[in-house]
Design a protein around this ligand. Structure first.
Ligand SMILES: [Mn+2]
Length: 315
């Protein structure tokens, strides 16, 4: 589906239930909030399905927009969700019931009846902007939500996915009238003290390989408990390792506490395809940022990741 067709679909139906992905980031939340507000603006009934994993950084954006139980005869739309494995527990009843998926992941698995996919977009928020501006005014609230989607997914316009069109979309959203300074300060220039402590622990336990081009960091339950960190203190912590000079491939392994380890891989463009590595581990994502979830100990998963990286590099 093109953005034009998606806009036509959204104006033709009603009673929307919007789904966001597990471990929600700024893109999925910003898209959900922006889309929900745009649909309400044109008189539609629209809700975002409650996401139990949302962190403090993003709760404000969905205030008054969420619902726990399903509206009758709803039209289900997912935003920024690449596969069924990324559905939250509450979204499980909708695995086969998504009417429209709006996404930008090359690893999109086409679980929905219709899909509006553009894998060239830095953020799903760019696609949602293109869709909603065809039927709604970009109010400051919609503008801020979609700005959060775009700016977080391209690391405040620093990641390799950042291009002129991401900047243009951000500029267009800023013109809606919200104040970008507090948003940028909160999202990109503020760290909790607990976060800094965790980063120092990650640094102390870092493993460097390939002459320093590959770095692995290990976030254990013990560290998290010692610091008393909440999920909000760990938002986007997988971006940390890539900030070290010389590191092209940054691996963050995080114990989930239920016998699984979450893998996040960030790579330099053209060096190693992160999505292909994570596909070997049962996950997916983008060429420069991908993830997977594996059962096992930190050491099991460490070896699996190193093996998968070698396999992709040699294959
Ligand atoms: Mn995204």
């Amino acid at each position: 589906m093109t953005p034009q067709e998606a806009a036509a679909f959204l104006t033709a139906h009603d009673n929307y239930l919007i789904l966001t992905h597990v471990r929600p980031d700024g893109d999925t939340i910003g898209c959900g909030a922006g889309l929900c507000r745009a649909l309400r603006q044109i008189g539609k009934t629209a809700y975002i399905l409650e996401n139990p994993e949302i962190t403090d950084l993003y709760t404000g954006y969905v205030e008054g927009l969420t619902i726990r139980a399903e509206p009758v005869g709803c039209t289900v739309v997912s935003v920024d969700i690449a596969s069924r494995s990324l559905f939250t527990d509450l979204a499980q009843p909708y695995l086969d019931r998504v009417d429209l998926a709006i996404d930008h992941h090359p690893s999109q698995e086409f679980f929905a009846k219709a899909t509006c996919l553009d894998s060239k977009r830095a953020a799903c928020g760019q696609l949602v902007l293109e869709i909603v501006k065809q039927f709604a005014d970009i109010t400051p609230e919609i503008g801020e939500a979609l700005y959060v989607a775009i700016s977080t997914d391209c690391g405040c316009f620093q990641y390799s996915n950042t291009d002129a069109s991401a900047h243009r979309a951000a500029a267009e959203l800023m013109e809606s009238g919200f104040d970008p300074y507090p948003v940028n300060r909160k999202l990109f220039r503020t760290k909790t003290f607990k976060r800094l402590k965790l980063e120092s622990m990650l640094t102390a336990g870092m493993e460097l390989r390939d002459g320093g081009a590959t770095a692995l960091v290990f976030l254990t339950r013990k560290m998290i408990e010692e610091v008393g960190a909440g999920e909000g203190d760990m938002d986007n912590i997988s971006a940390f390792v890539g900030q070290i000079e010389g590191v092209k491939n940054g691996v963050t392994l995080k114990e989930t506490g239920d016998g699984h380890v979450k893998i996040s891989l960030r790579t330099d463009p053209g060096d190693l395809n992160a999505s292909r590595v994570c596909a070997l581990l049962g996950g997916g994502g983008h060429a420069a940022a991908a993830g997977a979830m594996m059962e096992g100990t930190m050491e099991d998963v460490r070896q699996a990741v190193i093996g998968a990286m070698k396999q992709v590099r040699n294959g």
